[in-house]
Write a protein that binds this ligand. Sequence first.
Ligand code: SF4
Length: 351
Amino acid sequence: MERAELALYPFTSAASQYVGELDFELDRLINSRAFQSARLRGEERLIQSLTSGIRKPSLTNTDEGRVLTELLSYPYAKILVSCLNDPYLNRKYSHAEAEAAYSLLLEREDFFLREIGEEFGIHAKQHERGFHLHFADFLKYSTTLKAIEWKLINQRMVHGNVFVERKDFARLLQEAIKKSIHESLPLKVPEKTCTDCSGALSRLKEILQQKKGDVENGQMGEVDSKLFPPCINYAINNVRTGVNLAHSMRFAMTSFLTGIGMTIDDIINMFNVSPDFDEEKTRYQIEHIAGSSGTKYTPPSCSTMKTYGNCHGADELCKKINHPLNYYRRKMWYKNKFKKPANTKEKKGTE
Ligand code: SF4
């Protein structure tokens, strides 16, 4: 790989070997002014992974300074992730790095994709419309992809080899990259190093708390959690305290939240409370309920909720409605009716 490529694919063994051969002390990366731009870019990688997704620069081998900055920002970002050691951040970061790599891989030549595959033990061969690889390699990285088209039974298989199109091979590589980065975290970082990074860590903590707290505080875009019916609040409280919901209640809660326009990411954040949380699986289930397969599901009526034992804490308003979504709409109507128009000025006290 060329130098610029090492910077764009910093998770490869060639990139870490290159960094190792630079032979400088970790302390210099953390504290020297010479590496400030690498530290800033490393911090930016993490902020982007929590917000917009990691954006890769366009680099050439002659951009020596920028190549080095980009290359070193990767181990620095991993140091910060390791110091914070937050399962949510670990997942978001691994996912964002892999997603950014996937976008680049789609533009690359076939031999390069095969080279990246070798990095993760995937011995793929080219054929006229894509690649074929051993079914065990396919399974290793496709089990996290829940869409029906990724099931082994739906693949073209000949003599134990699965045939995949080019973009699907790149998608498998994305999963391999994510798995590899996620499993490498947290690194064993000396306590002093984390202390030296305290400025960056407290900035990141703030963004992380804000990101995780948005859902906790009911800040869900246009959605107002204070208007949720008692049954949905009951389900949300259970989820937040790690209690497993019955399938029917999980469906009711998810379809209610998608029904009122909550984003899929915000719903995922709600379910994201345990270290073994499976983001891909949860995303697939939510997207399915939200209509990815052509049918958008709505929550059950109050009478069905009662039949399944999912009506909890019904209040006065519940007596006037027959559907959890109507509860929310009714409360929203009241809220808007009594809301002060934005341009209404406070009246001064009368004389
Ligand atoms: S009556 Fe309907 S909206 Fe109210 S708590 Fe029961 S299921 Fe929910």
